[in-house]
Write a protein that binds this ligand. Structure first.
Ligand code: NAD
Length: 422
């Protein structure tokens, strides 16, 4: 791969490029620019784990705290073989901007462990999680840094994080982590929250463009927590899901998929998505992105739409469920094509918004009805969407840069009020 191509795929550089454009448009002072460009803290931990076969393995893990200006750090923990410090750094910065876009009182953080959870036993995963948490027990805390699930981690892993932390501080502390099981202080509606937030953004984008839900063709790449929940909710709401994909490959069917049956196939029967008997043309997981549709939802992983393929995008609305699915180098072509973009830091912010609700409920010790959670999520997403679109019109920029402008402005104002200590 050429150096230029490598640069394009560096997510940290992608995040920086957008930050720089937005900061310039906003006229951010040079000192504040330098401050916000850097993370606040980074740590690497080496995690010794006794494997089931008797060997001792050492895994590498990271945690990056980008900002605590507006509140405690907030951000998921990713377990994946290709985790890198640059990726975690970019994801941490995105969390700062995401929490600010939806105006919830958190900063930004992210963590990751280089491992392949698909090849590890439950016991091995538990030991990695507990040792990683133990190493970071002084960083984490409801008022310091609050992790959540991300790729390769789930509610069970959050339960182990919570328990390990609680053992170290010698008191039950459910608010140290979000995305927990319901029986352990999780929030109703959290599992669906990111998908629901995406659908709310799609509804708003359709209204803005005077388009209708009925018959609206949707392609979703990624069928994990975000992709499958978005597909399910959108299918039930009358959208037509014509393309789906996961790590095993993609399927395309202009008649639309029966999503509850597909969910049962993948999660109930544990069969590979591309083998779904409901029909459809088989293709690679990436190819599915380049078929005609009204709404394209990349909800798998980073760097899916690049300068190499962006000219093949054929959607009217690009609603980003994954973090960083479009490289900054591809932004220009998306804009030239007149695609209406719902950027990741807005589109997938439903997850962190309900994580915030979970944190609030844990601290109150009082839990809300699901309808209450969904209603509040709807308010937050709709208001944030409107603010981003308004900012795009005021500053004459695309929605992505507009979202960064809203976020940077909020963080910079808080920073000015707090001042620089020492
Ligand atoms: P997950 O692990 O539950 O699911 C990931 C899905 O993507 C799986 O279906 C997997 O097979 C598929 N996938 C992985 N690599 C792929 C590839 N190269 N091509 C096609 N499919 C691929 O993860 P998730 O929680 O659904 O997260 C997905 C994305 O959304 C990530 O970028 C994550 O950071 C982001 N996100 C998640 C949440 C959340 O609440 N879970 C919130 C905000 C953002």
């Amino acid at each position: 791969m050429s150096a230029a191509a490598q640069d394009e795929l560096n997510v940290y550089q992608s995040a920086e490029a957008r930050f720089e454009i937005a900061a310039q448009k906003l006229g951010l002072e040079e000192g504040l620019y330098r401050y916000l460009q850097h993370p606040s803290k980074e740590i690497t931990v080496y995690i010794p784990v006794g494997m089931d076969n008797g060997h001792l393995e050492v895994f590498t893990g990271y945690r990056v705290l980008h900002s605590t200006i507006r509140g405690p750090g907030k951000g998921g923990i990713r377990f994946a073989p290709d985790v890198s410090i640059d990726e975690v750094r970019a994801l941490a910065a995105w969390m700062t901007w995401k929490c600010a876009v939806v105006n919830i009182p958190f900063g930004g953080a992210k963590g990751g462990v280089i491992c392949d959870p698909n090849k590890m036993s439950r016991g091995e995963l538990e030991r990695v999680t507990r040792r990683y948490t133990a190493e970071l027990s002084e960083w984490f805390g409801p008022e310091r840094d609050v992790p959540a699930p991300d790729i390769g981690t789930n509610d069970q892993i959050m339960a182990w994080v919570m328990d390990t932390y609680a053992m170290h501080v010698r008191q039950a502390t459910t608010a140290v982590v979000t995305g927990k099981p319901l029986d352990l202080g999780g929030s109703r509606g959290r599992r669906e929250a990111t998908g629901r937030g995406l659908m709310i953004c799609c509804d708003k984008a359709l209204a803005k463009l005077r388009m209708k839900r009925e018959g609206c063709r949707v392609i979703i790449q990624g069928f994990g927590n975000v992709g499958s929940q978005a597909a399910d909710l959108m299918h039930k709401a009358g959208y037509k899901i014509i393309g789906v994909a996961d790590i095993h490959g993609g399927l395309y069917n202009t008649n639309g998929f029966d999503i509850p049956k597909l969910i049962d196939w993948v999660y109930g029967q544990k069969k590979p998505l591309p083998e779904f008997p409901g029909g459809g043309e088989k293709m690679s997981a990436q190819e599915v992105l380049f078929h005609p549709c009204e709404i394209l939802v990349p909800a798998a992983t980073e760097n899916q739409i690049t300068t190499q393929n962006v000219h093949r995008v054929e959607c009217r609305i690009l609603c980003e469920g994954a973090n960083g699915p479009t490289t900054s180098h591809a932004d220009g072509v998306i804009e030239q094509k007149g695609v209406f973009i719902v950027p990741d830091i807005l589109g997938n912010a439903g997850g962190v918004t309900v994580s915030y609700f979970e944190w609030v409920q844990d601290r109150q010790g009082f839990f809300w009805r699901e309808s209450e959670v969904n209603e509040r999520l709807q308010d937050v997403m709709e208001q944030s969407f409107d603010q981003v679109v308004q900012s795009a019109e005021t500053h004459r920029v695309n929605n992505r840069i507009a979202a960064y402008i809203v976020a940077i402005d909020r963080v910079a104002r808080a920073l000015k009020l707090r001042g620089i200590y020492a």
